[in-house]
Every structure is written in C-alpha cells, then in structure tokens.
Write a protein that binds this ligand. Structure first.
Ligand SMILES: [Ca+2]
Length: 91
C-alpha cells in the first residue's frame, strides 16, 4: 500500500513529503535515482520558488551528504525534509 496522499483541492494546504517525493521522481529525467542541480532547479521552479537556482544550490549544500553533486535516493529524505520545512504549498 502506498502512503495515502491527501487529495484535498484546498490550494492553501502545505505540500506533503509524499507529494515532494513524487515531484522529485518526475524530474529525475535519467531515471537513475540521482537528481542533479538542473533537475533541482526545475523542481523549485515547479514549486514556485522565487529563485529556483539559488534554492537548488542551497538544497545541494544541505542534502548532498557525500558531496558528489547529486542527490541520491538515500539523500532524498534529507532533501524532502528540508524542502517541506520551507513551507511550499501544493497547487
Ligand atoms: Ca550525493
């Protein structure tokens, strides 16, 4: 059973960690489980960040624990927690 994702259409609801993971997966264009700065920038653009490339750099600094320049699947949880804390809202 996948974790239940709220299907609420309330536009003011905060984006959930499950929704964030789905967005990151969608942008993992090579489907190799690694998300680079380019994909991160696209994710933050989709989230409506005012400065997506700056956010991408900031999140790499925080979540890229082994400093290879990519977010791997085991680093994704860190990234999702960080982004969830920013309080982006789903639309
Ligand atoms: Ca990494």
């Amino acid at each position: 059973m996948p974790p239940s994702v709220s299907k609420s259409r309330n536009s003011s609801s905060l984006i959930s960690e499950g929704e964030l993971k789905a967005i990151f997966r969608k942008h993992d264009v090579c489907d190799n489980g690694y998300i680079g700065k380019k994909e991160l920038t696209a994710v933050f653009r989709e989230l409506g960040a005012r400065n997506p490339s700056w956010r991408a750099r900031q999140s790499l600094n925080l979540a890229d624990l082994n400093r290879d320049g990519f977010i791997s699947l085991d680093e994704l949880d860190e990234l999702v927690k960080f982004v969830a804390k920013q309080g982006y809202r789903s639309n």
